[in-house]
Design a protein around this ligand. Structure first.
Ligand code: LLP
Length: 421
């Protein structure tokens, strides 16, 4: 499935709406999402897993906009949350707790208490210590707490080292050996009920094979659980389905299903998926306006009004997002151009040596595939308000789904203490 951001009549549009119009009406930097693309990608995943009982839990961290969460809830997905804050987001959208899975390697006691209190569907436990804390909380609860154990299967998913999570040395999950020591205790525990097992190999994985290898480890653990008298009904394959940031082809969901479905069927488990990027990544772009241009080392350099505070991925992971001019240009005029942001850091780049036409003040650039881990990782560094977010719906109508922050918003929390002092 290709990007919904396309040139029509000489300018880039999404769902028929010119990006230049959105920039004029809503300002820049601006996150723009195409809702039908999210719906289409959700359907594609559903089709791939077909009739097998499979629950898609949207991974809130990928893009935690409340309107988006509410819309997804209306389309029947569950949610994967990793903090008290994300639990609150789902609650604010009217999501019932029985559709929420609580993951995260470092949940605080207070967050675990909030999860138990809310009666979430299940809590993914990531360490022996966490199991002990949760047991204390669960003993005081009215009903047994449903848990899923996140196993670290020691599988290399072949992704960027910063976003691999299921290798033996990664901080996530319970090692199979720790799991074995935990099993007899869990089997006899009156307040904790093991309802599933979980893995999450990493993110932006473009090879389905590691899912099969990881699931083999998970199912071995599942067989041991059954032998101990437990009934792990849900096998959670985590998230991580990759997208094609270069505009090429990434494996379709069916390729991951081909690894997971036969194994789940053989074991007799229902499937859970925690997808973020796959659903929302290609549906979003970051729209930015060129402020200044200069040459550096013989190369074109433009300074845009969006930077690492708006889209951190290039600076943090050396991630490469396509950067395209909003006005269609003749590729014959393209020259290697560095695109930097306004932040006082040398790492504040959106892209290096990108083929772009000559650019000047006021020109608009679209940074593609920014729907996931864009706005959700934005910060206030340099006291920059975060961008506004708009989406284009199925009818081509535009709606602001998060207003632009003001400087007053940013100062408000601290002004309280100023007036107290
Ligand atoms: N489940 C768990 C337990 C996770 O930790 C994550 C992502 C997901 C599901 C969703 O993964 P996805 O389907 O979106 O790949 N900021 C990085 C990605 C970090 C992912 C963190 N965990 C980036 O911008 O590439």
């Amino acid at each position: 499935m290709t990007t919904p951001f396309r040139y029509e009549d000489g300018e880039m549009r999404v769902g028929g709406v010119p990006l230049a119009r959105l920039a004029a009406e809503h300002g820049t930097p601006l996150y723009v999402y195409h809702r039908p693309t999210i719906g289409a990608r959700l359907e594609e995943v559903r089709r791939a897993f077909g009739a097998h009982p499979t629950t898609i839990c949207y991974s809130v961290k990928a893009n935690s906009n409340l309107r988006l969460l509410k819309w997804l809830a209306g389309h029947g997905v569950g949610f994967d949350v990793v903090s008290g804050g994300e639990i609150a987001r789902t609650a604010a959208c009217g999501v019932t707790p029985d559709r929420v899975v609580f993951a995260g390697v470092g949940k605080t006691r207070a967050e675990l208490e909030a999860g138990v209190e809310a009666g979430l569907w299940m809590i993914n436990v990531e360490s022996v210590d966490e199991a002990l804390v949760l047991a204390e909380i669960a003993e005081r609860a009215d009903a047994p707490v449903r848990i899923s154990l996140r196993i670290n299967p020691d599988v290399d998913p072949g992704t960027h080292r910063h976003i691999a999570t299921g290798r033996g040395a990664d901080k996530f999950g319970i090692a199979p050996s720790e799991y074995r020591t935990l099993l007899p205790w869990l089997a006899g525990h009156p307040a904790l009920r093991v309802v599933g097992l979980h893995m999450h190999l990493g993110s932006q994985i473009t090879d389905p094979a590691p899912y099969g290898r990881g699931f083999d480890v998970l199912l071995d653990c599942g067989r041991e659980a059954r032998a101990a008298g437990l009934e792990p009904r849900w096998m959670n394959a985590g998230g991580g389905f990759g997208i094609a940031y270069d505009g090429g082809d990434a494996p379709p969901p069916a390729a991951y299903a081909a690894e997971l479905l036969p194994r789940a069927r053989e074991f007799g488990a229902e499937l859970l998926l925690e997808l973020g990027r796959y659903l929302v990544g290609p549906a979003g772009c970051l729209l930015t306006e060129v402020q200044y241009r200069k040459t550096r080392g013989g190369r074109e350099l433009v300074i845009a009004d969006a930077g690492m505070t708006d889209l951190l991925r290039p600076a943090l992971y050396e991630a490469v997002h396509r950067i395209l001019p909003v006005l269609e240009a003749d590729p014959a005029d393209f020259r290697p151009t560095d695109v930097a942001g306004p932040i006082c850091e040398s790492t504040d780049f959106l892209g290096r040596e990108r083929p772009l036409p000559p650019l000047g003040r006021g020109d608009l650039l679209a940074i593609l595939d920014a729907g996931a881990y864009g706005m959700s990782m934005a910060s206030h560094y340099n006291t920059h308000p975060r961008p506004a977010e708009v989406w284009v719906d199925e009818a081509g109508a535009v709606e602001v789904i998060r207003r632009r922050e003001t400087i007053a918003d940013l100062l408000a929390v601290e002004l309280e203490s100023l007036s107290a002092g």
